[in-house]
Design a protein around this ligand. Sequence first.
Ligand code: DX5
Ligand code: ZN
Length: 225
Amino acid sequence: MSAHPCGEVGSLRVAPSILSADFGRLGACVAEVDAESDWLHVDVMDGHFVPNVSLGPPVVASLRRYSERFFDCHLMMSEPARYLEAFARAGADGCTVHVEVGAPDEAIERARALGLRVGLAANPDTPFGAVEPYLERIDLLLLMTVFPGFGGQSFMGEVMDKVALARAAIDERGLALDLEVDGGIDPETAPIAVAAGANVLVAGSAIFARPDPLAAARALRAAAR
Ligand code: DX5
Ligand code: ZN
């Protein structure tokens, strides 16, 4: 198990999502954007919670040899608690589970016991009230700006009201909580998400589908500042 620093809670972070990288040369893709990666976002899909499959713990373990960054694992899975230990052993630093899969208490406690940073995610149509009771017990709130399952979808601006609500609650309560957005984030939408209160920006296609991924990550960061 690893413990790579997540950085200062609440500070701006760019998290390239490897979902849009070339899976045949993932290590090289990750190394290529390293200088502009605060975290690495690893999308895990089980073909059940979302209609797509991606990768699992063996890929995380392999990638660990290519990157010292904080591995932010987004578990789009129906039964995340069953797999947390495998991800922790593989080298995940943080694991985020979806609130829609049911009472997330078990997953939160298990992730905590494994020494992982704990995230809770909500789909675009899940109200803030569904995650609000857990804010004191997690390290990261992920508010999806697309319906999960695929890269390259369009940013849903209507989620920004929820991001603003979450930011207000975090600040009012003085919580050490990162607020992450994921889906359709690019140099045009990143400033909108940051203005609403997000501080962790996940981007897949806006980085790895570009001819120069490192320059694209740099451009995203510059646009968000
Ligand atoms: C979608 C994933 C995202 C995805 C984002 O289900 O959770 O992390 O990689 O891709 P883009 O940035 O292309 O919308
Ligand atoms: Zn994701």
